[in-house]
Design a protein around this ligand. Structure first.
Ligand code: GGG
Length: 363
């Protein structure tokens, strides 16, 4: 028997329910490997970075963390954030340090409507809903440009400036990515989201680049929509959506809205991609660390397991990705659901049901 193709994966569960759902995702991937008849294997290395690491060392990750991660085939991330660490320190110290340090400029966030999950959208009962939010992931409102000053001027006199930075290169690469993605989908349609009526520099640059790039894709239909109107459209006309491309902040908010409409934030998967593959890519559920339910074994593992499925595709295993996605759908359809989506199953019970539904004997 030939030796299996082995993928080296760095697991970074980080904080709160991140630890529970990463463990679920690892179990599903091990089940995929076990059913591969010796074709593939995963070699895991776990990094204990996050709020506890911060309490011990004063930093969310090791100073040479990026060097430690650089040679992995992929990174599997949980969630960052814990009440003992200010949110801007935990986010910038770990998740954004990785996304920006590895130039993971495209953040793909599919909005998936699963069988057996009741959506607050009435139309979801009889309409095919399926869209992807493409989030610019390295600049825009998250560029980290700005500062605080004038604290000594007077009582309560401090001034803070937080600048959004839009580069033509950054806009073009994410917009082009969205068009390429649209070409792989049944509905070739890209919605570009900005707030260019109010933000007349960066977001008008985005609009200009969108118009220019769209000319290279005559086979793809387009629209440009203001972010407030797009929020309404997510609720009122979701069947019109296919690929929605937006800035770092707008896409973060819209993808939370999309996954809430699909039933729960706990369902949403995501991929942080460096499409040139100069650096490792990172796969993580959209949700955060949920300190209110952490440690109780009730977190929804579907978002993390869906992210593991996206990782399989990235590793060149599309059949295995489809098998995991089908197992997730079979599990929700069978009514095995955590309480955020109206069930009473535990994290482990949902994970086991997904493994039981894998049916990967012959991928
Ligand atoms: N797994 C996603 C995660 O940990 N998110 C934490 C968070 O606060 N994210 C905010 C953001 O990325 O905009």
């Amino acid at each position: 028997m030939t030796s299996p193709q082995t993928f080296r994966i760095a697991a970074i569960p980080a904080d709160g329910v991140g630890c529970e759902v990463v463990s679920s995702g690892r179990s599903v991937l091990e089940a995929v490997a076990a059913r591969s008849q010796g074709r593939l294997a995963f070699a895991w290395q776990e990094f204990g970075w996050g709020a506890e690491h911060y309490a011990r060392t004063g930093a969310m990750m090791d100073p040479d963390g990026l060097e430690q991660l650089a040679d992995f085939d992929a990174l599997y991330f949980g969630a960052v954030g814990w009440p003992s660490v200010p949110d801007h320190i935990s986010l910038w110290g770990l998740r954004l340090a990785i996304c920006q340090g590895f130039d993971q400029w495209a953040n793909i966030r599919p909005v998936t409507f699963l069988p057996g999950i009741v959506s607050p959208l009435r139309a979801a009962d009889d309409t095919e809903l399926d869209w992807v939010v493409v989030r610019e992931n390295t600049e825009g409102e998250y560029a980290g440009f700005g500062g605080r000053n004038f604290g000594a001027r007077a009582d309560r006199g401090e001034v803070a400036v937080q600048s959004a930075v839009f580069t033509e290169v950054g806009c073009e690469r994410i917009i082009r990515f969205a068009f390429e993605l649209a070409r792989t989908r049944t509905r070739r349609f890209v919605s570009s989201v900005t707030k260019s009526n109010a933000q007349q520099y960066g977001m008008v640059l985005w609009d200009d680049v969108f118009t220019r790039v769209a000319a290279d894709y005559p086979d793809v239909q387009t629209e440009s929509v203001l972010v407030d109107a797009m929020a309404a459209k997510f609720v009122l006309r979701p069947q019109d959506l296919s690929v929605v491309v937006a800035s770092n902040l707008h896409a973060d908010i819209l993808s939370d809205l999309g996954s809430a409409l699909a039933g729960s934030l706990g369902l949403a998967a995501s991929a942080n991609l460096n499409p040139e593959r100069r650096f490792p890519c990172m796969f993580e559920p959209v949700h955060g660390s949920a300190p209110d339910i952490a440690g109780q074994g009730i977190a929804n593992p579907v978002g993390a397991i869906g992210s593991a499925a996206l990782m399989l595709e990235h590793l060149g295993l599309p059949d295995e990705m489809k098998a995991v996605q089908a197992a997730i759908a079979a599990t929700t359809a069978a009514g095995v659901r955590t309480r955020d989506v109206g069930g009473n199953a535990s994290t482990d019970e949902v994970t086991q049901a997904i493994i039981d539904h894998l049916g990967l004997a012959r991928p």
